[in-house]
Design a binder for this molecule. Sequence first.
Ligand SMILES: CC(=O)N[C@H]1[C@@H](OP(=O)(O)O)O[C@H](CO)[C@@H](O)[C@@H]1O
Ligand SMILES: [Mg+2]
Length: 589
Amino acid sequence: MDVDAFVAASDAYPIPTSPDGAPIRFSYGTAGFRTRGDVLASTVFRCGAVAAVRSAVTGRATGIVVTASHNPERDNGVKLVDCDGGMLPVAWERHAEALANAPGWDAMRAAIATMRTPAEAHLPKHAHPPAHAADPPPPHVFLARDTRPTGPALAAAAKAGAEAIGASVTDLGLMTTPQLHYVVYASHRGWPSAEADYFARLARGFRRMVAGGTNDDDERRSIVVDCANGVGAAKLAALAEAIGQSSSDGCVLSMDLRNVAGESGSLNNSVGADYVQKEKRAPAHGSFETLGPSQRCVSVDGDADRLVYFRKKPDGSNENSVELFDGDKIAALVATRVADLLRRCAPLNAFDHPPLRVGVVQTAYANGASTAYITNVLGVECACANTGVKFLHPEAEKFDVGVYFEANGHGTAVFSDATIERIDAAIERVDAGADGGGRSSIEQCTDAVAALRELKAMTEAINPAVGDALSGILVVEAVLLAKGWGLTEWGNMYADLPSRQVKVTVLDRSVISVTNAERVAVTPAGMQAAIDQAVGRHGAHARAFARPSGTEDIVRVYAEAATEAGAAELAREVCGIVYDFAGGVGDRP
Ligand SMILES: CC(=O)N[C@H]1[C@@H](OP(=O)(O)O)O[C@H](CO)[C@@H](O)[C@@H]1O
Ligand SMILES: [Mg+2]
């Protein structure tokens, strides 16, 4: 590591100052550093070095992605990907912050020295293959960016930072965030990690998932995709190519891609998954108003790690309002399919000793109706984690098959290595003509074998590293096809309770601290009791909480109740309580 060369090179990337002349302070939030793109060069340059040092410490390649996801086009951000393809350890977020804000060469040297102390290694749980302890490889960083105008210069800064300290950099250019995670994940396991390998894996998984499908009537599977004018547009086109839109084997998925052009200012501008989920409205661009209520639509966000499905409200009361199929509904669909497949696999006796634990991980924002459905109807365990994938993913890893989605559509299904080994072993037994259950013929188990193969295919179609809109679309489509379901049947799983999500501005949001997966406020004193009282007044199904956002300088209030009016009123009351107890700014809500 050439720390001296790095600190010397940093002079070309000075920390910018705010109008009062003080250096801008950068913080690593829920999903990396994120702010206006034109002030990020010094931070991104320094993140290049963090990724390089992390690679040196772990003996494996790491990743950097330059993106601000669903945020406006003028913003940008930088997120570091750990060597196993997952999120950076939380302790290293603090190291990245220390380096990003270090005021001079000595402070930078000190921040890097801290990262390199053995106590700070926080090595990932999974080591594939074993670390090269004796002869560590030179540090290596994979780099990608989304389509923002500030992206090329920032990516160049990241590369310069990593190279200055002595890492080699593979610049992958434009990629979705989950693609970059996948590249690092695959390289960690020694798998082929080129972009073509990613597409081929997803496409293979999809085609195998639908291979035994009920598509006898040759009905064309058609979806309209809102690409948010982001990096997902080109990648979805490539994915469509990979699954072979014109294939003659019956497993057709036709994707009509909209909002792909990416004119200046169009990224996430009244389009994309965040807009559709928060507004419960169709994208304002891409001619969605001309579609009928039977058309299945899906929106991805600017870096294509979120997806939500939607369709026009059949009553047509408001021409742009939609029925939303959010992350909660996607999790319920995927978990249902996993549970169905495992049940059907029973004759193979492959997953009974010990029984596989399937679970769903949600956040406090999950609609109460979805939690009730998963627990009571599906009979699947349901855990609640703090907001942010870095909390959900590890919770999901505690199950043999853990399905997690944030309500906003970010999520995936995590199959543990041991589970995949058990699936593979069962397939081997089947292929060898034994059923594992002592029966003379596997013919008695045709349905179980089909289920087993579909389960295996799902592990390939899903992005194992992180939530991915592209793989999410394939899995949802394959499950709908296999079940012979349209949106009506999917929607019939459960009806969302009316809910509201609102923002309150306060002087200092850190006065609010929370516990119990963010559902209970510990401070300021008395605030939770007041929220409880308000909830109590709204009867059965009422629920509300307030927590400080990890990505914006606001407090988020969430409320749900049995009626639309009740949810709106409860949200308004809780906003007032937050305003009173936590130092509200401006007019009282
Ligand atoms: C309620 C909500 O949608 N919160 C979002 C938002 O986090 P906040 O900490 O709530 O600002 O941004 C995160 C990063 O994109 C995402 O993971 C999370 O789900
Ligand atoms: Mg995103």
